[in-house]
Design a protein around this ligand. Sequence first.
Ligand code: PLP
Length: 367
Amino acid sequence: MTQVVQRHLFGPGPTNPYPEATEALARPLLGHLDPAFLALMDETCDRLREVWGTANARTLPLSATGSAGMEAAFVNTVHPGDVVVVAVNGLFGQRMCEVASRCGAEVVPVKHEWGSPVDPERVLAAHPSPAIVAAVHAETSTGVRSDIAALGAAVREAGDALLVVDAVTSIGGIELRADDWGIDVGYAGTQKCLGVAPGLAPFTINDRAFERRVERPQSWYLDLGLLGGYVGEAGGRPGARTYHHTAPVAMVGSLHAGLGRVLDEGLEQVWARHAAAGQALQDGLEAMDLELFAEKGSRLPELTAVRVPDGVDSAAVRRILLERYDIEIGAGVGDYAASVWRIGLMGPNARPDAVALVLGALAETLG
Ligand code: PLP
């Protein structure tokens, strides 16, 4: 039998789950059409509406990881030849371009320097009448937070483009208000600040975007028109459920429990806890004379990118942290693979003890 290994998951995700989310996985399995499960799914969608900051009826956990959320966003909204302006300030903006282009979009990427936030003016200036504008709220590849409220206001003022937002690393960690900010379509993941294992993609789409959707998208699995029945759209009228695919029952139960934990603590308190942990970590790293990668003023608290000091072997440090301290941190991405580390304090790990642990282990390792 393979040995059970336990790690401190201080990388870009997955994070260690909240205990409530793990405990839920051990409960007796229900059938995916059992009334008890349908009630749990309804409540999960209600809880998702709270963390998204939305009243959208069509808010659900898609049965796949965050990237499937991205696919669902574009495959349901991009009509052939639509202009999609994508703000690119890291890996996940790049991925949006790739996915939108495969859905038949004419993609207009607006490239930003990695480490800087999205500039709404530049995004708006890229095209006079795009069908969709897309951006990443929390760029996990660089540790940068972009101002989606400002982008949303600018997009609304400029025309009637839909705003698609990646909230994979922001949901449950920093302020997110889908309705107030004008997000038409949003997707996220469970494995970051929500403190649940990877496997589901919290998703939300408003009426405006749903009405403009592609009638028969190329993807059957991610067709939102069909998925409405799966979650008993708009509050689950009795008999409104239709079989679409077998719900990942255990994972939905785990998400339900994780969301319960977050909402019991209170969203604002959870955001404050992430903010405090991130600030303490970033202060500690700077006190060690390490340089932070993301622009000051736009640093995410839940994911800190830090430059590897000259002459230090980035991979060797990560290996020592893993083998000696059971701590996982992330490497950088793309051009920064060997010159940046990424340290995540997400969900239950956004705590002072985790800050002390990772700073202490890093200081000892760097000598
Ligand atoms: N978008 C962002 C910002 C991410 O950080 C990630 C994963 O790290 C994804 C999308 C893709 O999500 P997944 O890896 O769960 O498919």
